[in-house]
Design a protein around this ligand. Structure first.
Ligand code: ZN
Length: 76
């Protein structure tokens, strides 16, 4: 199964451990990138059990990118 970028409307294939493709990842503030890696647990992409915290920061990151690209986003 191919893992794709989590940014809205992006279907670029990326390795499972990466949340987004390089372009979308680069749109995140450094602090947000750090948050993602802080909550990332090696192997979570294999057992499909990311932590609640990871899912939380992931959702924020996806939303930030969506807003930066002019999508409506879903945070509020
Ligand atoms: Zn992307």
């Amino acid at each position: 199964m191919t893992h794709t970028c989590h940014a809205e409307g992006c279907s670029k294939a990326v390795p499972p451990k990466y949340l987004m493709c390089g372009k979308h990842w680069a749109m995140l503030p450094l602090s947000q990138q750090r948050e993602i890696w802080r909550h990332y647990r090696p192997g979570q992409e294999v057992d499909k059990r990311p932590s609640i915290d990871y899912l939380r920061v992931m959702k924020i990151a996806v939303d930030l990118v969506a807003r930066a690209e002019g999508h409506q986003g879903s945070l509020l």
